[in-house]
Design a protein around this ligand. Structure first.
Ligand code: HEM
Length: 448
C-alpha cells in the first residue's frame, strides 16, 4: 500500500466500548503488514493457484499490490480494520460495537463428548483466526480451497468470533468438576416470558463484523465446521449503527432511540478488569477461566407501539437522560455524572425514583457493574401485529451474580422501563480467556 493510500485511511470511529487494544486499524499501518486481506489473497490465488496463496500470505500485501495494480485500491477504514484473534481475552468483548452480529447456540450431538468438543473448538479457532485476518476459510469439511466466497473482495471488517460454554456443556463432556458457580442458573424474574428453546445451550458463538456479508460468511464457515458434532439450538441476528454513519464517533442508539452505553465501565478505568474479567485462581476448579468473562445474553423485546406513544419528555423520565444527547436530566452533557439527589422547583427528584439509569447505576447497587455490548434486532412483524424488535442484550462481567443478577433484580421490582420490555430468551455462558499463539479457545478446560 502506498503512503498516500495509507494517509487517506481515517481512524476507526469508536461506536462502542472504547480503547480496545486488540484491534488494529489501517491508520496504525496494519493493512500493509502481515494481515493479507481476503481480497488480495484470493486475487493472488486466482492468478497463481495454490503457490500464489502461500506467496501472497508470506510476501504480504505490499508485494502483491506491486504486481497487480488493479488490486491496489485501498480498502476503506471499515474494511481494513482487523481485530486480533490471539490475546489475553477473546475478541468481541472490548472490541467497539460492530454493525452486524450473529449469536448462535449449539447443543452437542448424542454421542459427542469431550474429545469431539475439543476437536470442534480446535477447528473453530483455526477458522476464526483466518477469517478475522481477512483470509478465506481454508479447510472445512470440503477440504482446502472451498471457501463459500461470500466475503470475497472484503477486508477483515473488524470481524470477531467469541466462543462460550453453557452450563449443560460440562455434564455432557464429563467436566462437571470444572463447572464454575458463576454458571448457576439465573433466578426467575417476574417480567420473564422466556422461551426455553431459544435460551441457554451447550456452546455459544458470538460473531460481529462491520460488514453484513463478512459476518454471514463467518457464520456459515463456523456452522460448516460443526458437521455432526452438534446441532444448532437457536440463532439470532442483530445490528448496530455502521461506523462512519455519524459525523463523529458517538455512543450507539437502540431501537427506542436512546443513546445506550454511556454508563458502561471504560477500559481506562482502574477497576475495569476486575469488573469484567475473571482473575487468576491457581489450583481452583475454575482456573481455566483466567482472563475470561461471563456473558449474560437476554433477548429483550421492546414494546415499541406502546413506547412510541409516550411524549419525549415522558420517555426521558423513564430513563433519566435526555433523548437527544444522552445527558442526565440533572444537567450537563452525556458524560456528566448523574446528580441523583438534585430536586426541581417542585421539590421532586429531577431523575425520578424509578428511572432506569438511576436504578441500574453502580451507585445504587453496591458497585455492581457490567459491560453492556448489545446488538439491536428486528425479525419482522410478530403474531401480535407489532414489530418483533428489541435488544439482544449482552453484558460481560467477572461474575453474573455480582453484575447482572442484583441489577436485574432491582429493575424487576420497579423500573419505569420494564413495562415497555419483555425478556423472551436468556443464556449465561462462560467465555474463556483468549487463546495464546498455538492454542485453541477452551484448550485449558478441555485438556485439563
Ligand atoms: C431493552 C432493554 C434495555 C434498554 C432499552 C436499556 C436502555 C438503557 C439506557 C438508555 C441507559 C442510559 C444510558 C447508558 O448509561 O447506557 C441504560 C443504562 C443502564 N442500563 Fe439499561 N437498558 C435495557 C436493559 C437493561 C438491563 C436488562 C440491564 C441489567 C440488568 C441494564 C443495565 C443498565 C446499566 C447498568 C446502565 C448504566 C447505569 C449507569 O451507570 O448510569 N439495562 N440502559
Amino acid at each position: 500500500m502506498s503512503k498516500t493510500q495509507k494517509q487517506t485511511l481515517a481512524k476507526t470511529a469508536a461506536t462502542g466500548p472504547p480503547g480496545s487494544p486488540a484491534t488494529r486499524s489501517p491508520g496504525a499501518g496494519t493493512a500493509g503488514g502481515t494481515g493479507v486481506s481476503r481480497r488480495r489473497l484470493l486475487g493472488t490465488a486466482g492468478a497463481a493457484g495454490a503457490t500464489g496463496l502461500v506467496l501472497g500470505a508470506a510476501g504480504g500485501a505490499a508485494g502483491y499490490a506491486a504486481t497487480r495494480p488493479e488490486e491496489t485500491a485501498a480498502l476503506t477504514t471499515v474494511g481494513a480494520t482487523e481485530a486480533m484473534f490471539h490475546g489475553k481475552h477473546q475478541p468481541g468483548i472490548t472490541t467497539p460495537l460492530q454493525a452486524r452480529g450473529h449469536l448462535v447456540a449449539f447443543d452437542l450431538a448424542a454421542g459427542a463428548g469431550r474429545k469431539e468438543a475439543a476437536a470442534l473448538l480446535r477447528r473453530w479457532s483455526a477458522v476464526a483466526k483466518e477469517l478475522m485476518a481477512g483470509r478465506p476459510a481454508a479447510g472445512g469439511p470440503d477440504g482446502p480451497g472451498h471457501d463459500t466466497g461470500i466475503a470475497l473482495d472484503a477486508g477483515p471488517s473488524s470481524l470477531t468470533v467469541t466462543f462460550g460454554f453453557g452450563r449443560t456443556f460440562f455434564a455432557r463432556t464429563g467436566l462437571t468438576a470444572r463447572l464454575p458457580a458463576a454458571l448457576d442458573p439465573l433466578p426467575a424474574f417476574s417480567a420473564d416470558a422466556l422461551d426455553a428453546g431459544r435460551s441457554n445451550g451447550d456452546l455459544w458463538v458470538q460473531i460481529g463484523a462491520d460488514d453484513a456479508l463478512v459476518a454471514f460468511h463467518a457464520l456459515r464457515a463456523l456452522q460448516r465446521e460443526v458437521a455432526d458434532t452438534a446441532r444448532v439450538r437457536w440463532q439470532m441476528n442483530g445490528f448496530n449503527r455502521t461506523p462512519g454513519a455519524t459525523a463523529r464517533p458517538m455512543t450507539a442508539r437502540n431501537l427506542m432511540g436512546q443513546i445506550d452505553g454511556t454508563g458502561n465501565p471504560k477500559p481506562s478505568e482502574e477497576d475495569f478488569d476486575r469488573r469484567v474479567f475473571v482473575p487468576a485462581s491457581p489450583g481452583k476448579p475454575q482456573e481455566w477461566m483466567e482472563g475470561g468473562s461471563y456473558a449474560v445474553v437476554r433477548r429483550i423485546r421492546m414494546l415499541l407501539d406502546d413506547w412510541e406513544k409516550l411524549p419525549v419528555d415522558r420517555q426521558e423520565r423513564v430513563i433519566g437522560r435526555r433523548k437527544a444527547d444522552g445527558a442526565p436530566l440533572s444537567g450537563g452533557t452525556e458524560t456528566t455524572e448523574m446528580d441523583l439527589d438534585k430536586a426541581g422547583p417542585d421539590g421532586r427528584l429531577v431523575i425520578p425514583d424509578n428511572a432506569h439509569a438511576r436504578i441500574s447505576s453502580p451507585e445504587k447497587n453496591g458497585g455492581a457493574a457490567m459491560l453492556r455490548r448489545p446488538f439491536s434486532y428486528h425479525d419482522g412483524i410478530a403474531e401480535d401485529g407489532a414489530p418483533d424488535a428489541g435488544l439482544l442484550f449482552i453484558c460481560w462481567q467477572a461474575d453474573p451474580f455480582r453484575g447482572f443478577v442484583p441489577v436485574q433484580r432491582k429493575l424487576d421490582r420497579g423500573d419505569a422501563l420494564s413495562p415497555f420490555l419483555r425478556h423472551e430468551a436468556s443464556g449465561v455462558f462462560a467465555v474463556p480467556g483468549g487463546a495464546a499463539e498455538g492454542e485453541y479457545v477452551g484448550q485449558r478446560l478441555l485438556e485439563s
